[in-house]
Design a protein around this ligand. Structure first.
Ligand code: KG4
Ligand code: ZN
Length: 382
């Protein structure tokens, strides 16, 4: 394992070449490829970002089926990568590096993108960066806005829910994480109990529009607890119980379901804001006298209610607030390409035997110190 600390930057950054990186993302149910250009001064340009969603293939099963996902990645990765290069107007001769997600994720899919990336790197003599998918989410806001290091990151996706102090490239420290489900997973599972189609998060947000969030009281998990951890399992159980008890039919039933969806969305947003508020307080002490920046990333960052709550919380604590454009919240390859470009700019790359890693915490220090990351649910979701 590598890189707990940011390596010393090259002496004269301005002499570094512009990086033009082909990024590949295959860790879950999107096959994605993108070309991102990063200038020596850090300016970023997304030249293309192609995403082939597998939603239709998984929808009949109500969730991602790993074998179907891996097969779909195999079938489309070369066409998607070719399309990304074509849309960017860039040939392999202009590409300076390959960045492929190497984990965490569904290992069958990760192996497809990583092997494909290695083959290109080998055939073209290009450097390879085996990117941690979470590092991709961590830099995703930088695809559209300049956000300098360090910053406090809330990473909320279908597989992860954690607060991280991001001090630099590859230098993260975890302040809190979920002790059971990830926030996106809670959205998806509760959406299912409301009869909504996969993926549940966006469907639940749409249903919650106009709903009365006050109608159904839901538990406020971990309220007052002094750490920055998350928990959504109690909320999930309470919401499922209420959903089962809904008796209204027709329009009345629709209103009940919308009210429950609004209550669930508000409860998740509240917990994310409360835990982030605690992390901001600790981070502000550690970074006294410096600019305070808060960034939210991952699929759940696409939720408007969540964004609004977090923005208000950040501003109340004197932090700037940045969220990626909606297209870069959910999985994409542009964020993987940028994570690769930032490493290449610092002279960092990986060997062609880089492994596919189904579990790969972003902050290796916490992972090594905390045995829950060797086995058990916290390791995968946190
Ligand atoms: O980052 P992402 O695309 O994949 C992972 O790395 O997990 O996140 C997907 C998750 C899913 O759980 C999805 O339901 C959730 O993000 N999500 C949302 C919204 N859009 C995506 N959750 C709530 N509201 C949304 N608008
Ligand atoms: Zn993701």
């Amino acid at each position: 394992m590598r890189l707990l600390q940011e390596p010393a930057p090259p002496r004269n950054r301005m002499t570094l070449p512009t990086q033009t990186v082909l990024g590949l993302e295959t860790s879950c149910d999107e096959t994605a490829a993108a070309v991102v250009r990063r200038a020596p001064n850090g300016a970023v340009e997304v030249l293309s970002s192609i995403i082939a969603s597998q939603i239709a293939a998984h929808a009949p099963f109500g969730g991602v089926v790993p074998e179907i996902a891996a097969r779909a990645h195999v079938e489309s990765i070369d066409a998607i990568a070719a399309e990304a290069l074509r849309a960017a107007g860039v040939g392999f001769d202009r590409v300076t590096g390959i960045a492929a997600t190497a984990g965490p994720g569904l290992v069958g899919g990760v192996m497809v993108g990583l092997s494909f990336g290695k083959a290109i790197a080998l055939a073209r003599g290009l450097p390879l960066v085996a990117v941690n998918h979470l590092e991709g989410h961590a830099v995703s806001a930088r695809l559209a806005t300049e956000v300098a290091y360090p910053f406090l990151l809330l990473l909320v996706s279908g597989g992860h829910c954690q607060l991280l102090a991001v001090e630099g490239v590859g230098a993260c420290r975890r302040l809190g994480s979920t002790i059971d489900d990830a926030a996106g997973e809670a959205f998806d599972k509760i959406a299912k109990t409301l009869g909504l189609p996969y993926p549940g998060g966006p469907a639940l947000e749409a249903l919650a529009q106009g709903g009365d969030a006050q109608r159904f009281p839901l538990p406020r998990m971990l309220l007052g607890r002094k750490d920055c951890d998350f928990s959504f399992s109690g909320l999930k159980t309470a919401a499922a119980r209420i959903a089962e008890g809904l008796t209204g039919e027709g329009k009345t039933g629709d209103i009940e379901r919308a009210d429950l969806a609004a209550a669930v969305q508000a409860a998740i947003a509240t917990q994310l804001a409360e835990r982030s508020d605690r992390a901001m307080a600790a981070y502000a002490v550690e970074h006294a006298g410096r600019d305070l920046r808060f960034v939210v990333a991952g699929g759940v960052a696409a939720n408007r209610a969540v964004r609004a709550r977090l923005q208000a919380t950040a501003e109340g604590r004197g932090f700037s607030f940045t969220a990626p454009p909606l297209a870069y919240c959910t999985d994409n390859a542009a964020m993987i390409a940028l994570a690769g470009a930032e490493r290449l700019a610092l002279g960092m790359s990986d060997l062609l035997d880089a492994p596919a890693r189904p579990r790969w915490p972003l902050d290796a220090a916490a992972a090594n110190a905390n045995p829950t990351h060797l086995a058990g649910r916290k390791g995968a979701k946190a």
